[in-house]
Design a protein around this ligand. Structure first.
Ligand code: NAP
Length: 295
């Protein structure tokens, strides 16, 4: 056996698991992906994580988690996990270039932004289409931008974009936002943000880069052309669990089903963070937040 525990994923959930398992003197390896950055790292400002009344940059917060896990002895490698296999009541974790044996595996592989799957989305990715305002916002100085979506991510990122852009038009498929009230209040109060309700982006147009989108009113069916330089897509997330296909029980969207103790459907396999089926997706997963959500 190489390790007591292998953790798959280097976001807040995986790193917190690393702090706990290493501190319990369990020999721990954390495998993080290079190609899939954790969502917290690409969040400019996290203001609802306890202990940081002024808020904290997501990258800095995750770096602190990592230092803390390292301090207690978590080992780190960067690689893609391809699959996990049962091996005489131990688990074999197979990466692109090596495999490791462990008694337990903690899946903390997170989730990646969903695509709209509309014409132009792939073609203009990196040339006007983005899934991360924090990463790409500065490239759109004084530009006209569209944000698709109406959840926390769409509102947070729209607010962030206003630091750079001339205008953000949030296109939301209903006439009420899903995002937290405080973010709604800020977005409504921000002069650079406008809303187009009951509408979806159906097409992204351009030549070398984005020059506009088609927006369809879902109630009337009327489609209009809208000129813009950037389209930011924040329509939810898909769990990064395809490498576990046929290994664990998952719901219809690919979220791992686990019990109250995060134990997944096979002995020795645990799931935590955004890849797990649960109500809330927060860096600080507090019961208090569950209460707020139920109102
Ligand atoms: P989300 O809550 O699932 O919201 C997705 C938004 O996109 C919704 O408004 C949804 O519309 C819309 N949408 C989904 N599919 C669409 C489609 N095909 N076309 C057009 N619109 C579509 O996703 P999220 O905002 O990324 O948040 C994910 C999780 O992370 C949530 O649990 C959220 O609370 C959490 N989060 C928290 C914070 C924070 O606490 N600061 C920040 C970011 C994210 P409908 O509303 O009509 O469904």
């Amino acid at each position: 056996m190489d390790y007591d525990v292998i953790i798959i994923g280097g976001g807040p959930a995986g790193l917190t698991a690393g702090i706990y398992t290493s501190r319990a003197r369990l020999k721990t390896l954390l495998i993080e992906s290079f190609s899939v950055p954790c969502q917290a790292v690409t969040t400019d400002h996290i203001e609802n994580y306890p202990g940081f009344p002024e808020g904290v940059n997501g990258f800095e917060l995750v770096e602190k988690f990592k230092k803390q896990a390292e301090k207690f002895g978590t080992e780190f490698i960067v690689s893609e996990v391809k699959s996990i296999k049962n091996n005489n009541s131990l688990w074999q974790v197979i990466t692109e270039d090596k495999s490791y044996i462990a008694r337990s595996v903690i899946i903390a592989s997170g989730a990646s932004p969903k695509k709209l799957n509309i014409p132009g989305e792939d073609k203009f990715r990196g040339r006007g289409v983005s899934y991360c305002g924090t990463c790409d916002g500065a490239l759109f100085k004084d530009k006209e931008t569209v944000v698709a979506g109406g959840g926390d991510t769409a509102l947070e990122e729209a607010l962030f974009l206003t630091r750079f852009v001339r205008k953000v038009t949030v296109v939301h498929r209903r006439n009420a936002l899903r995002g937290t009230k405080i973010l709604q209040e800020r977005a409504f109060a921000n002069k650079k943000i406008e809303f187009i309700w009951d509408s979806i982006v159906t097409d992204i147009k351009g030549a070398n880069k984005v020059t506009g989108v088609k927006i369809k009113n879902v109630k009337t069916g009327v489609e209009t052309d809208f000129l813009c330089d950037g389209v930011f897509i924040f329509v939810g997330y898909t769990p990064n669990t395809s490498f576990l296909k046929d290994t664990l029980s998952m719901d219809e969207n690919g979220y791992i089903i686990s019990d109250d103790n995060c134990l997944a459907s096979k002995p020795g396999i645990f799931a935590c963070g955004d890849c797990r089926k649960k109500l809330l997706r927060q860096v600080a997963y507090l019961r208090a937040a569950t209460v707020v959500k139920s109102y």
